[in-house]
Design a protein around this ligand. Structure first.
Ligand code: ADP
Ligand code: MG
Length: 321
């Protein structure tokens, strides 16, 4: 069983950022209003995610670490799943390659804490904590040297965590996010921000005054978000954020479409700042084919590409650029 977990862990947990993604998605699925993330040494030394969500009751604590145990079941079709996680693989995978301490309390119940060390769990013990859940991951891959040696410097592991946190926080401006690294506050965003304010807080304060709102619909596909004016650009494409049905994605088709829209408006080595949110009927898209990946497959890629190119062009031209 433990070997199975470790093999699966390689798919779900490649580096601190992939463990962090799973933990924050769990906090979002728990309908948290505020999520706090504290990283040590790029997440290699420690990852802590605290939330004020629904919590896990005493009886379900040990089960949460069992493979394929999930409290989130898709209603009928697997595409109709509306939580971020539903495979029940993340916690057991992380706990099979690290030390995990999970404390949780359901409102109106007592709090409990459980520790799992490289797959071996203790019995829950009482813990006095506010309602919600706190998960702390340390010693990632310490007992799996073959994986540990693929980790990069704390600095680049931190960069991957920061990029992920920006994307998750942009996707959910209704949720408050705190990010700390080695005791330093990186951002602290209140819940219920509007989307342009949230995106600007995570990219560049000046984006709000230098961008246009994108909002169009075609054949059931909705494209929204904000796009920086061609006069507001960057030397690297580090601030292009794309989301499909609320999930951050990195996809060649989508980035290519954005490039196409700005093609003759920007110098060759310049990149626009954009945060675009596509809403596509679930039957038209296959998101997160693999839990650790951020790829999408569209049934009609040309429709999506065309919408982004012409939608952005029209919005930019309307602004008189
Ligand atoms: P999945 O998210 O696919 O269900 P996980 O392994 O990530 O699987 O989590 C297992 C279960 O643990 C979840 O289904 C959920 O019931 C519970 N859980 C995990 N994290 C949290 C959290 N932060 N708040 C409440 N419940 C959680
Ligand atoms: Mg999960």
């Amino acid at each position: 069983e433990n070997l199975v977990n470790r093999i699966a862990a390689g798919e779900v947990v490649e580096r601190p950022a992939s463990a962090l993604k799973e933990l924050v998605e769990n906090a979002i699925d728990a309908r948290s209003r505020r999520i706090a993330v504290r990283l040590m040494g790029g997440g290699i030394d420690g990852i802590e995610v605290s939330d004020d969500g629904c919590g896990i009751s005493r009886n379900e604590l040990p089960i949460a670490f069992e493979r394929h145990a999930t409290s989130k079941l898709p209603d009928e079709a697997i595409e109709a799943v509306n939580t971020l996680g539903f495979r029940g693989e993340a916690l057991p995978s992380i706990a099979s390659v690290a030390q995990v301490r999970l404390e949780s309390r359901v409102a109106g119940e007592d709090g409990w804490s459980i520790s799992v060390d490289n797959g071996r769990a203790t019995d829950p013990v009482p813990a006095a904590i506010p309602h919600g859940t706190r998960v702390r991951v340390t010693g990632l891959f310490e007992r799996v040297p073959a994986r540990r040696k693929f980790l990069r410097s704390a600095r680049s592991e931190y960069a991957a965590c920061l990029d992920l946190m920006r994307r998750l926080a942009m996707a959910r401006p209704d949720v408050g996010f705190l990010l700390e690294h080695d005791g330093r506050t990186i951002f602290n965003l209140p819940p219920d921000q509007d989307r342009p304010t949230r995106v600007a807080a995570l990219t560049d304060r000046d984006l709000k005054a230098n961008s246009i709102a994108v909002d169009l619909e075609r054949d059931g596909v909705v494209l929204g978000g904000i796009a920086g004016l061609p006069t507001f650009h960057r030397g690297i494409a580090d601030h292009q954020y794309l989301f499909v049905n609320g999930r951050p994605v990195k996809d060649r088709l989508l980035t290519g479409a954005v490039r196409g829209a700005y093609a003759d408006l920007l110098a060759r080595d310049r990149h626009a700042v954009v945060a675009l949110f596509l809403e596509v009927p679930p039957s038209e898209v296959d998101v997160n084919v693999h839990p650790a990946k951020t790829e999408v497959r569209f049934r009609d890629p040309q429709l999506v590409r065309g919408m982004i190119v012409s939608g952005l062009r029209q919005a930019i031209e309307r602004e008189g650029h």
